[in-house]
Design a binder for this molecule. Sequence first.
Ligand SMILES: N[C@@H](CCC(=O)N[C@@H](CS)C(=O)NCC(=O)O)C(=O)O
Length: 290
Amino acid sequence: MSDTPYIPPRVWTWDKANGGAFANINRPIAGATHDKPLPVGKHPLQLYSLATPNGQKVGIMLEELLAAGHMGAEYDAWLVRINEGDQFSSGFVSANPNSKIPALMDHSVSPPQRVFESGAILLYLAEKFGAFLPTDPAKRAATISWLFWQMGSAPLLGGGFGHFFAYAPDKYEYPIDRYTMEVKRQLDVLDRHLAENDYMAGDEYSIADMAIWPWYGGVVLNRAYGAAEFLDAASYKNLMRWAEQIDARPAVTRGRIVNKASGPLEEQLHERHDASDFELRTQDKLEGAA
Ligand SMILES: N[C@@H](CCC(=O)N[C@@H](CS)C(=O)NCC(=O)O)C(=O)O
């Protein structure tokens, strides 16, 4: 990294990796890099994902649906290793032309329906099963508002703050200051709202909580970027109360480890094909048996 300020050329060209944690997969073009079909399991819903915050949203929703008795939500979850470029296979690109996890294929309809963008997947499943999206118009509007708030806000947390605080090859004060300011503002937005509401949409747990918790719960519970102290997360008391309350839900405990390929082995469930996999097929069990 150079200490001198960057003077942009008239036209940018891609002639080198830009460094940082994702340097080997970043590229300025879309489309597939290799031919490989997606695997398809036995269940109606096929999830292609990784347990990043965006991926966790869908694992949590599917586990909540099953816990609520919606057996049509049975699913196979396949691991997409984004650091190895799995999102650029021809099969994945046909499920999501944007090459980002999570992607869902619904094989219970003909032809199978693809759904991409985590917020769209949550809405699709909520409408399909009539669950976790209130029917009362005011509560429904609140749910959708907070769902879209998350989709618009989290890129500043992940792509802005998280990138420059945790992933960039060097630490620079300007971007860290800029995004810390914005993230603390967002944490305060949530904290003030949760001072007066049990959940994001009021008194009902909904897809808005499932979208926001993996990102903002992850930060205040110190599971993302190691930044809880830096952001003084403990001072957001209402947000912390809500984060811990959601963390204690059994479906959340299961859903957040679906397609998890890092961290403690007992929290890594690379693929999920059956409810018993949470007991029998986490990496501690698989590697212990090998
Ligand atoms: N807005 C998208 C964002 C998805 C996203 O950024 N996914 C990341 C992981 S969290 C990814 O697949 N990155 C791979 C890449 O950038 O090549 C959503 O919510 O689904």
